[in-house]
Design a protein around this ligand. Structure first.
Ligand code: NAD
Length: 500
């Protein structure tokens, strides 16, 4: 007897409910094509119900003591730790990344939960005494109301955890729209959040694609939208939600360059480059997808190719070096771009298109692929490939290499490999990218800082987590107050603006 495929529930007002939608999608294991679950494209009524539950819950949640909010996240971080293996297995089954990398995905989200548990130290105002005679001014950071989050497929644990813990810790209520491609681990994390004590209605979840995202961008009761995903969709979300008067932060696509100087520690630089280009099958917004080799570093291509060739491709649950791409469509797209690269004249040093993984013949695998001689006008350079494909370019000097990176419209991450402090200092100062690594290939900041992608990789001023997100999820209110010693000595009418 075949077992029924489970359905993914909506979370509305503290209840996990079955959608009434007529439109459903399959959640598919990318290594096997096994259908793991069915996910609904929620109806407008269901989106309205989720927002309404969040709006109702906001009235009491915003008045909940900051210590009580913090303690929920202390409990939540403990629950995530206790369920780490179970969460990683679920993530790997639906997303494809290796078990070790799945734990990394969850861990980077867990760090934000830990950060949320210290909200008492983060959501502090300022106070200035005697800004005018007997007048004091102070600020309070008040929650906005109902906020929404829209997340991509590639970090189904970390990115939802970038969003709802900090939004809720700052006193908001939340409607989350996970990726419809891999919502299962996100839903397990949501269950654990409720177990940790998040009250009914404070966290809600709707599933869907374009229509549900548009409904969130248009909803009059949503005050802010946090989005992580592709540049095309993020730009649409930013414009649509902004026109509807919402605050937005949209973290989007990338083309992250490494500059490799000939004085770098060769072995370390090549290992880091291969790991950051091909790890997670290149499906990271901070993957290094372009390396600019300066001067004699151009001689290192054969050694880089040998390292890439040695990486093991397989099903994520067997813990290889890289797993499959998320979908058959993604595999077709990446293979198509590799073909375009060849047509457009780049040199294919390593071709991962025909890789076979024994026992997983139907998996969406592409092996590590390397092009050299890549030029800015080529499709493989100006499109985000989002697969295990590394483009190599050549430059004569650090200045030339910096000019290449700065001419690219994206600004998510970049790295330099060098042993020279002076070169690193120059790179740090002159590179126009928001997240910079010095001998660190994927410089994603820990939550003491904020995620600071820039230029074409971001719309909206304030980034996820850290200090910036506290400002994103709150409205600064400034209070100017004067208390009279003796109301009877009221002075006289003053019609000038000065308070003195
Ligand atoms: P995506 O843009 O296709 O999807 C993101 C979200 O938008 C999903 O929830 C999806 O349901 C929704 N969506 C998809 N099409 C839509 C449409 N036409 N209208 C409205 N909503 C729509 O992104 P993805 O493929 O899931 O994720 C990969 C992308 O995300 C890459 O471009 C990657 O660089 C980017 N990303 C960026 C960061 C960052 O921090 N900058 C982090 C992770 C991923």
């Amino acid at each position: 007897m075949t077992q029924a495929v489970p359905t993914i529930k909506l979370l509305i007002g503290g209840e996990f409910v079955e959608s009434h939608s007529a439109e459903w999608r399959n959640v598919v294991n990318p290594a096997t094509q096994e259908v793991l679950a069915r996910v609904p494209m929620a109806t407008q009524d269901e989106v309205d119900a989720a927002v309404s539950a969040a709006k109702t819950a906001f009235a009491s949640w915003k008045k909940t003591a900051i210590g009580a909010r913090a303690r929920i996240f202390l409990k939540y971080q403990q629950l995530i730790r206790e369920h780490m293996k179970e969460l990683a297995a679920l993530l790997t089954a639906e997303q494809g990344k290796t078990l070790a990398d799945a734990e990394g995905d969850i861990f980077r989200g867990l760090e934000v939960v830990e950060h949320a548990s210290s909200i008492g130290n983060l959501q502090l105002g300022e106070y200035a005494e005697n800004v005018a005679g007997g007048v004091d001014t102070y600020t309070v950071l008040q929650p906005l109301g109902v906020c929404a989050g829209i997340t991509p497929f590639n970090f189904p644990a970390m990115i939802p955890l970038w969003m709802f813990p900090m939004a809720i810790a700052t006193g908001n209520t939340f409607v989350l729209k996970p990726s419809e491609q891999d919502p299962m681990v996100t839903m397990r994390l949501v269950e654990l959040a409720l177990e940790a004590g998040i009250p009914p209605g404070v966290l809600n979840v709707v599933h869907g694609g374009e229509h549900v995202v548009n409904a969130l961008c248009d909803h009059r009761d949503i005050k802010a939208v946090s989005f992580v995903g592709s540049t095309k969709v993020g730009t649409h979300v930013h414009h649509r939600a902004s026109l509807n008067g919402k605050r937005t932060q949209c973290m989007m696509g990338a083309k992250n360059h490494a500059i490799v100087l000939p004085d770098a520690n060769k072995e370390q630089a090549l290992n880091q480059l291969a790991g950051a280009a091909f790890g997670a099958a290149g499906q990271r917004c901070m993957a290094l997808s372009v390396a600019v080799l300066v001067g004699e570093a151009q001689q290192w291509i054969p050694e880089l190719v040998a390292k890439a060739r040695g990486l093991r491709v397989g099903a994520g649950k067997d813990n290889p070096d890289l797993g499959p791409l998320i979908s058959c469509a993604a595999r077709e797209r990446v293979a198509g771009l590799i073909a375009r690269g060849v047509e457009e004249g780049a040199r294919l040093e390593l071709d991962g298109r025909d890789i076979q993984v024994a026992g997983y013949e139907r998996g969406n695998f592409v092996g590590p692929t390397i092009f050299s001689g890549v030029k800015p006008e080529m499709s493989i350079y100006h499109q985000e490939i989002f697969g295990p494909v590394l483009c190599l370019m050549a430059a004569d000097s650090l200045d030339d290499a910096i000019a290449i990176v700065n001419a690219n419209p994206n600004g998510n991450g970049t790295a330099v490999f060098t042993q020279s402090g002076a070169a690193a200092r120059k790179f740090q100062e002159e590179i126009d990218v928001g997240q910079v690594g010095i001998n660190v290939p994927i410089p994603v900041p820990v939550p003491l800082f904020s995620f600071t992608g820039s230029r074409g990789s971001k719309l909206g001023d304030l980034g996820p987590y850290g200090k910036q997100v506290v400002l994103f999820y709150t409205q600064t209110k400034t209070v100017t107050s004067r208390w009279f010693d003796d109301a009877a000595s009221g002075g006289k009418v003053n019609t000038t603006i000065s308070l003195r």
